[in-house]
Design a protein around this ligand. Structure first.
Ligand SMILES: [Zn+2]
Length: 319
């Protein structure tokens, strides 16, 4: 078994989005409950999150945006930038701690204290733009993690794999002109799904041309398309790019039972995705992966999918 870290903090539960909202604290509660009951949690190395230093947030987000978000929470506003982005007074601190959890997991991995890590954090991040909150996301956890790897740890090339069913518009836009961070996303086709970006012909811009790749999946499709497309698109792209470290935007809303999408990935299909990523990591990055929770809204299936994913990170499943 690989040394696998696990990030979670009770303060992530304090980001209260209200009763109607799908992105709730219960998502993390059911995940931690299941990991406890199955005994997997005690096999993982617990990583304590600390609030991220604002300088790392500023590596991705505009200072003005960070202050606007802080102010909105402090003033007790009900939402931020859009009605769907529900907030409360504790949301800013939770978001800062979500980023901090990812950065701490990266420290553990780079120091060799863990081989891989899963960050059970919220709020999620991949829709957050440099200066705009979108899709329940405020700080782009994974994007900040990529910059942290480069600036704190001297890593040259970071590969991001985003298998949330929604396109990570924020992550793509943050890195689309940058040849040192490769953003790959597989998601429901933008003509049918939020946020309406992530076309096959978006391949990066300027110096970053050739370092963005999107695989749109049509509604109603599932395992077969994921197998075919990940094998055809992701594997050759990353074998050529040769990332030093992989970061994962792990969304579990592509599952057939998750009503947030029309894509029908099965539980086995998710296993295939995790296995393929770990094979890539073992080949390219010496097994170094930090995986960060994004979406996944069906509280019945989410804990099982996360447990299976962590087992792959830990080398307890697959090859
Ligand atoms: Zn999603």
């Amino acid at each position: 078994m690989k040394k696998t870290g696990f990030v979670f903090d009770e303060k992530y539960l304090q980001h209260n989005t209200g009763e109607w909202h799908p992105e709730t604290a219960d998502r993390l509660r059911v995940i931690v409950d299941r990991l406890q009951e199955s005994g997997l949690l005690e096999k993982l190395i617990r990583i304590e999150a600390e609030p991220a230093n604002q300088r790392w947030i500023e590596a991705v987000h505009h200072v003005n945006y960070i202050m606007r978000f802080n102010d909105a929470c402090a003033m007790g506003m009900p939402d931020f930038d859009h009605q769907e982005n529900a907030i409360c007074r504790e949301s800013y601190d939770a978001a800062l701690l979500a980023v901090g959890g990812v950065l701490k997991a990266i420290d553990y991995m780079m120091q060799g204290d863990v081989d891989t890590a899963f960050c059970a954090v919220r709020p999620p991040g991949h829709h957050a733009e440099a200066d705009k909150a979108m899709g329940f996301c405020y700080f782009n956890n994974v994007a900040i993690g990529a910059r942290y790897l480069q600036r704190k740890w001297g890593v040259e090339r970071v590969g991001i794999i985003d298998f949330d069913v929604h396109h990570g518009n924020g992550t793509q836009h943050i890195f689309e002109a940058d040849p040192t961070v490769y953003y790959y996303s597989i998601h429901e086709h933008p003509s049918f799904a939020y946020p309406g970006t992530g076309r096959e012909f978006d391949l990066g811009i300027g110096e970053g041309a050739g370092y963005t790749l999107n695989t749109p999946i049509l509604p109603g499709r599932g395992d077969l398309d994921y197998r075919k497309k990940l094998t055809q698109d992701l594997i050759p792209a990353f074998k050529q790019f040769k990332p030093d470290v992989l970061l994962i935007s792990a969304g579990f809303d592509a599952h057939v039972n998750d009503m947030m999408s029309g894509v029908n990935l099965s539980t086995d299909g998710y296993d295939f995705v995790s296995e393929l990523i770990m094979n890539l990591a073992n080949t390219l990055t010496n097994g170094r992966v930090v995986s960060v929770l994004e979406g996944g809204y069906n509280l019945e299936i989410l804990p099982l999918l996360v447990e299976n994913h962590i087992k792959h990170l830990a080398g307890m499943r697959g090859v």
